[in-house]
Ligand binder design. Structure first.
Ligand code: MN3
Length: 237
């Protein structure tokens, strides 16, 4: 089962348990972008798949309130402002990302569309009581690609720490092999023909309130306690 963003948010999130949505802080109806000019906004902040405090103590509710409620919301708002009255309005995020990557005068559209996609994927890459180890086909692919699950973990943490400045660490699929890649700023595997399986946001806003400058501790906690391996496995092609 592969979640698709192509069908829009309602399709993409139909698979997410609806438990706790009322307490997630913002219902989609209450988060309509202030900058959109009339009518229904094309893009909406998708509901979190868990409550804002559900990832404590590894990610605090305070971090989630800013990261989801402010940062993610702002990318949605910006994308609505930038796409209003253009051919991008209402298009699938993946199409916008692929059409605008590397286009100099579309950088703002790319950055905001990619950040909306990346954050939605990041929330799904985690779950309360996550971590542990993957099983089945994903486990076999990890062992084939990295030698062992321990070696995968070490490489993922090293890669996340090595990303200079803002960006993301990803587990991606390319054909029959898995890779760990880092991307800068809003850049995303979606723009490069890779299938994203799991991601950790390593922008400072993702961890600074809880970990200050200790990015490595944050990424290790992500792997040990939050990583949603069932979601990652569901993205395999
Ligand atoms: Mn972020």
């Amino acid at each position: 089962m592969r979640l698709s963003f192509v069908e829009g948010w309602s399709g993409a999130f139909a698979l997410i348990p609806l438990v706790g949505l009322a307490l997630a802080g913002k219902a989609p109806e209450s988060s309509s972008p202030s900058g959109a000019s009339g009518g229904t906004s094309a893009f909406q902040l998708p509901p979190l798949p868990y409550r804002q405090e559900a990832l404590e103590p590894y990610i605090s509710a305070r971090t989630m309130s800013f990261h989801y409620g402010k940062h993610h919301q702002t990318y949605v708002d910006n994308l609505n402002k930038l796409s209003a009255g253009t051919p991008w309005a209402g298009q699938p995020l993946e199409k916008i990302i692929r059409d605008t990557v590397g286009v100099a005068d579309k950088a703002a559209v790319f950055n905001n569309a990619a950040q909306v996609w990346n954050h939605t994927f990041f929330w799904q890459s985690m779950k309360p009581g996550g971590g542990g180890q993957p099983t089945g086909r994903l486990r076999k692919l990890i062992e084939k690609s990295f030698g062992s699950f321990d070696e995968f973990q070490k490489t993922f943490v090293d890669t996340a720490v090595a990303q200079f400045g803002s960006g993301w660490a990803w587990l991606v699929q390319e054909g029959d092999s898995l890779k760990i890649v880092k991307t800068s700023n809003a850049d995303t595997p979606v723009a490069h023909g890779q299938t994203a399986l799991l991601t950790c946001d390593v922008w400072e806003h993702a961890y600074y309130l809880d970990y200050q400058n200790r990015r490595k501790d944050f990424v290790q906690a992500f792997l040990d306690h939050l990583a949603n391996w069932e979601f990652a496995a569901s993205q395999l092609k």
